[in-house]
Ligand binder design. Structure first.
Ligand SMILES: NC(=O)c1ccc[n+]([C@@H]2O[C@H](COP(=O)([O-])OP(=O)(O)OC[C@H]3O[C@@H](n4cnc5c(N)ncnc54)[C@H](O)[C@@H]3O)[C@@H](O)[C@H]2O)c1
Length: 368
């Protein structure tokens, strides 16, 4: 019997409006090919929502996200409107969704497939076979700790931010990293700055305790500065990296550069809540932004959005075979050079729509 899955879809601003429909197209192909029923509810968030409703996201739309099985997102933001000093900012939509859905872990897979090797800024022998999953703690640490303020004293401007973690916040994200490592090569690198920071010493202590629950997983501890260095020097050594919010923010961007193309990398934010299928309610988005410089021209690369849909199938719906079919279809399209101008290397570039069509077509062929 075919299952029905309810998916909230938020294209957002700029190229989000172009790439997310391609991911939806590919999900429809998966539905038809593998016999699943996907119901899509499209919502507005970001500037498009501010223009339509006066708020970055409406309460009732947040509720739709909370009740869905997963959320597929594009991007928010328009730098030409950043001059507007306003409390109503598009970023609020993402922050509210993260909070409402309790999304405490951000997963960013970075895989350098053979076709990507020439695009990497590193030498081929360093990046061949790189397959790293960075798990970033998303709702704690210095981005949320209090006090966070600035003031003047003795004629000097001063400011403070606070890095703060509880045992529970560390435990749940490290556990998630260990669970994920079990489905991969079984190595977790826990990253901290335990030689300097108290929060990092707590992090290391809890990570060590958690690792005892997973005897089949190997855990190592690395300082964040050493990790930044090894990501350039020997990225093949990593499997799963787990770290706190700010270190993760920086390391995920560094790791993403290993592929040489930022328009190919998906991400998942997973949280404390389960959906009605017993899997984690998750939020899936490409790592790139709204790319206003190319928006509306039909040249945006939809790969990261399509691979985000694959992550959605795997992590929020438990549809591993279907996720793998999308990933294989994307790999085939890239290997054949069927790509948008940012990565096309044989002179014939596809439009965003055509790139989506190719992947949807290859997914349909997967079952033949
Ligand atoms: N999660 C998000 O919603 C998110 C993430 C990053 C940036 N932003 C926002 O996006 C806006 C633009 O930010 P930016 O320019 O720094 O980053 P960006 O990712 O939007 O663009 C950076 C560069 O990469 C190119 N690019 C990005 N995605 C591409 C794709 N799919 N295909 C082809 N080329 C692509 C762009 O054309 C641009 O040259 C800002 O308002 C920023 O705040 C949002």
């Amino acid at each position: 019997m075919s299952q029905t899955y309810n998916l909230a879809v938020i294209p957002g601003d700029g190229i989000g409006q172009e790439v997310v429909p391609q991911a939806v197209k590919v999900l429809r192909a998966v539905g038809e090919t593998f016999g699943h029923d996907f119901e899509f509810t499209e919502l507005l968030a970001g500037w498009v929502a501010i223009d339509a409703y006066g708020v970055p996201i409406r309460d009732e739309d947040l509720e739709v996200c909370r009740r869905s099985d997963a959320v597929l997102f594009g991007a928010n933001g328009d730098p030409s409107r950043d001059v507007i000093r306003s409390e109503v900012r598009p970023e609020r939509a993402l922050l509210r969704i993260r909070k409402e859905l309790e999304l405490f872990a951000n997963l960013r897979p970075v895989k350098v497939t053979p076709d990507l090797v020439p695009h990497s800024p590193l030498r081929p022998e360093l990046v061949e076979g790189v397959d790293v999953l960075v798990v970033r703690e998303l709702t704690g640490g210095i981005y949320f700790g209090q006090p966070s303020r600035r003031w003047e004293e003795g004629g000097e401007r001063r400011a403070v931010d606070t890095m703060y973690y509880t045992e529970g916040e560390v435990r749940r994200v490290v556990r998630m990293a260990c669970e994920l490592a079990r489905t991969r090569r079984g190595l977790v690198t826990s990253v901290d700055k335990a030689n300097v920071l108290s929060t990092s010493r707590l992090w290391r202590e809890i990570a060590t305790e958690v690792s005892e629950e997973y005897p089949d997983v190997t855990m190592e501890h690395l300082l964040v500065d050493a990790t930044a260095m090894y990501l350039m020097q020997n990225p093949q050594r990593f499997d799963v990296i787990v770290t706190e919010n700010m270190f993760g923010d920086i390391l995920t961007d560094e790791a993403a550069q290993l592929t040489g193309s930022y328009s190919l990398i998906p991400s998942a934010s997973l949280g404390a809540q389960n959906n009605r299928h017993g899997h984690r309610l998750g939020f899936y988005e490409p790592i790139h932004g709204s790319a206003p410089d190319i928006a509306g021209r039909g040249v945006a690369n939809p790969t990261a959005a399509i691979l985000s849909a694959a992550m959605l199938l795997r992590s929020s719906l438990g549809l591993e075979r279907e996720a793998a079919a999308i990933e294989a279809a994307v790999a085939r399209a890239l290997a054949e050079g069927k790509a948008t101008p940012d990565i096309a290397h044989n002179g014939v570039a596809l439009t965003t729509e055509q790139a989506g069509d190719v992947v949807a077509w290859y997914v349909r062929e997967a079952k033949v």
